[in-house]
Design a protein around this ligand. Structure first.
Ligand code: CA
Length: 227
């Protein structure tokens, strides 16, 4: 079991790391919000212990970002402030549970165990719709159990569409988020359309339901069934 601890307080982080390691967990510690967010989105973890008060990007921002991008990894929020608003904000942002500092290590362990039992850690990072399965960590894609070979850009495009499952994604969004161009234009629109067409050929050409839909004049939508 791999646990990511995002905590800027060296003493707390050290104690939690030692305690969890003693219980057989594999522990990674991030001391800043940026590092925590980066690791949480690029490495597989079974659970995250997330301090709310962090320098830079705070815990709520990290949590909302993860949930917005579809990461379902169980998150236990640690808060130094026993303020009701903090707990509510944490739960609203998608926390599975919270613990108020200072806490007894035994309580942390108990909460973590409950969370891990509830969660499906092996699925936390995977993206799925119908029989399409995308693993952002290994960057592998299968449709109906058959491997689909994508270029890097095609993969990024598919991942972005899947993270917005059931939502319309505009060409502006794709230009900005996938191609990282500040503004879209006709040439880029054409590039996007070519990539969508190729992606369709590779992902949607079989006998399964069509997943990538065009919403005329608006953008694209991934969902099972008609748009
Ligand atoms: Ca802190």
């Amino acid at each position: 079991m791999r646990v990511l601890v995002v905590e800027d307080d060296t003493k707390v982080a050290g104690a939690v790391r030692a305690g969890l390691a003693g219980e057989g967990y594999e522990v990674a510690v991030s001391r800043t919000g940026e590092d925590g967010y980066f690791r949480a989105t690029t490495e597989p973890f079974d659970a995250i212990l997330l301090d709310l008060g962090l320098p830079g990007r705070d815990g709520i921002e990290i949590l909302s970002g993860l949930r917005r991008r579809g990461f379902a990894v169980p998150v236990l929020v640690l808060t130094a402030r026993d303020a009701v608003e903090d707990r509510v904000r944490g739960l609203d942002a998608g926390a599975d549970d919270y613990l108020v500092k200072p806490f007894a290590f035994a309580e942390l362990l108990a909460r973590l165990r409950v969370m891990l039992r509830r969660g499906r850690p092996e699925d936390a990072l995977r993206l799925r719709v119908a029989d399409l399965d995308v693993d952002p960590v290994t960057r592998s894609v299968t449709r109906g159990g058959v491997a689909v070979d994508l270029t890097t850009r095609e993969f990024e495009l598919l991942e972005y569409l899947l993270r917005h499952l059931g939502q319309i994604v505009s060409r502006e969004m794709l230009a900005r988020e996938v191609w990282e161009e500040p503004s879209r234009g006709t040439p880029l629109d054409n590039v996007i359309d070519v990539h969508i067409a190729r992606l369709r050929k590779k992902v949607d050409a079989g006998t399964g339901p069509r997943l990538i839909h065009t919403v005329r004049g608006v953008g694209f939508l991934v969902r099972e069934g008609d748009a």
